[in-house]
Design a binder for this molecule. Sequence first.
Ligand SMILES: Cc1ncc(COP(=O)(O)O)c(C=O)c1O
Length: 408
Amino acid sequence: MGVTDPVNPLTQLSLAQLRQRTSIKWRAHAADVLPLWVAEMDVVLAPPIVEALTDTIARGDTGYPAGTGYAEALCGFAARRWSWGGLEVARTAIVPDVMMGIVEILRLVTEPGDTVVVCAPVYPPFYAFVTHADRRVLEARLGLDRRMDLSALDDAFRQARAAGRQAAFLMSNPHNPTGVVHSADELRAVAALAQRHGVRVISDEIHAPLILDGAEFTPYLSVDGAQNAFSLFSASKAWNLAGLKAALAIAGPDAAHDLARLPEEVSHGPSHLGIIAHTVALRDGVDWLDQLLTGLAHNRELLGRLLDEHLPGIGYRPPQGTYQAWLDCSGLRLPTDPVQDGPGIVSDLAGPARFFCDHARVALSSGHVFGSGGAGHVRLNFATHPDILTEALTRMGQAVGSVCLGRQ
Ligand SMILES: Cc1ncc(COP(=O)(O)O)c(C=O)c1O
């Protein structure tokens, strides 16, 4: 592979090295497929994390976790990064991972059969985990500009609260898969609506450190009116620690009494090594994060150029955050079977994602599993080496080209 930039974490590993990985991104597809799907990054770990984990293992320090170091590290990070001083360790709880944390919070503030509103299309496990917890999902579609549609939310909140039932709004802040970073004004408007309808908001902020040039992240709990809400945070997306699970649930001041009811056994889920890795990431991994963000901004721009060159029929709006691009392939008129939107598992392939896997040997996430509005789209993970991105888009362009030529 081409250039290795010593400070860009996305250029340190060759394709041959990446193919030795045993995680799902690299094992779910055949060896000739370039995997740009599930949210794992093709980076080496931040050096302070490697050092902390290596030292911990060398000491045989592999027992149960203790203390509040993760929450303290997040408080410091939030104050420095987002100028948010409102996060208090006393209003946090350690949970195994973000999705399990969301389920546990839902259990605190809703009953089986109650409704959870989501903005579709959205991260597929929002559907699966909510229904598995015996709650009903109600979709409020994103607007045509891919941002939250406040009037759709207003309607959904009203429906969700019909018959006086409890209801929650599960928000992705920033939004996966569109990469939209909600503005402070949008979040204030959500808080006002939620207050008016008596809906509890749970803000999933796992992508919060992944804000690219030109956008600014607002923690939901920092806005007026969000005092009785919750947020969920984990260092796992920004520092590539999904295999070292640990996350934090955070309560606003008026939700602290709810969080205090979280059963003690929930805190037994995360591992000592996970908590160490996440704590060090937030405390000592910020230089690495900044280098990563520079690399991601470069890849975002590269992706735009590659799409212009090879696939001008695809609709692309550069994401403001995350490392996902939500690509509208409906204009390509690919010869695929008709696909219905329908929440599913992240590895399901249909429509354009099936086409690109079969004909370009590039694995993307299929849009239909993200719920209403998802079919016809693919989600592309650009947290990879620029050479892999270039090769993938070249192959995708060739695959579409050969089908179009075949049609003439
Ligand atoms: C919005 C969102 N929430 C949660 C998760 C999963 O987090 P965890 O592995 O901590 O459950 C992801 C993973 O990509 C995500 O994008």
